[in-house]
Unconditional design. Structure first.
Length: 197
């Protein structure tokens, strides 16, 4: 068949169901400048979405011991697109799609009026080991409370890799403090898959 232009307003299979194939292996399908692709169905195999994704908060505060790194129990899901976050047992995110994930932990620590906090640091753990950490050493002028945030990009294999949120805490008088609270502005743990990288 000679090269030419096919001008139609609708292409369907003869049976009304099945697959329509455009082009073959090795060919390029070109969408000219000025054209718009509108999708009202489901796309697979191209483009992408920022999922799996989750956002979790705490139902109440959690005690943190002096000079200890403890897992923070984010036990309330704001959303969890693919059911990959465990909010009741291990408090970990195990995404089922491989890729790079943007992970953020925001923690509020309160020494309950004792003004003795020296170091409080959020830590992202991957597969049981520290992966990224924020925070600072006050050294002098110990604080009563404060907020620290940490964001990192973590490569996940989509099967066994998992991430967790931890907190390191050090006080001047060896006392414990409370981390988090029931509001998302006090403590949150979130991640989503990045596309295009």
């Amino acid at each position: 068949m000679a090269n030419g232009t096919l001008k139609v307003s609708n292409i369907q299979t003869s049976s009304g169901s099945g697959t329509i194939t455009l082009g073959q292996s090795g060919e390029t399908i070109n969408i000219p400048s000025g054209c718009t692709i509108t999708n009202s169905g489901t796309q697979t195999g191209f483009g992408g979405a920022n999922t799996p994704a989750f956002y979790a908060k705490m139902s109440s505060h959690q005690g943190v011991s002096h000079n200890a790194t403890v897992k923070v129990q984010f036990d309330t899901e704001v959303f969890d697109t693919d059911g990959c976050y465990d909010h009741s047992t291990n408090y970990r995110f195990t995404p089922t799609t491989a890729g790079k994930y943007l992970v953020t932990v925001n923690l509020y620590l309160d020494s309950e009026g004792q003004s003795n906090m020296r170091i409080f640091a959020p830590v992202i753990y991957k597969n049981g080991s520290a992966y990224a950490q924020a925070g600072d050493d006050k050294a002098q002028g110990y604080q009563n409370n404060g907020t620290e945030s940490l964001t990192a990009i973590v490569d996940m294999n989509g099967s066994s890799d998992y991430i967790e949120a931890y907190e390191y805490h050090f006080t001047q008088d060896n006392s414990s403090s409370n981390v988090g609270g029931s509001n998302v502005y006090q403590a949150m743990f979130t991640a989503h898959k990045l596309i295009g990288i």
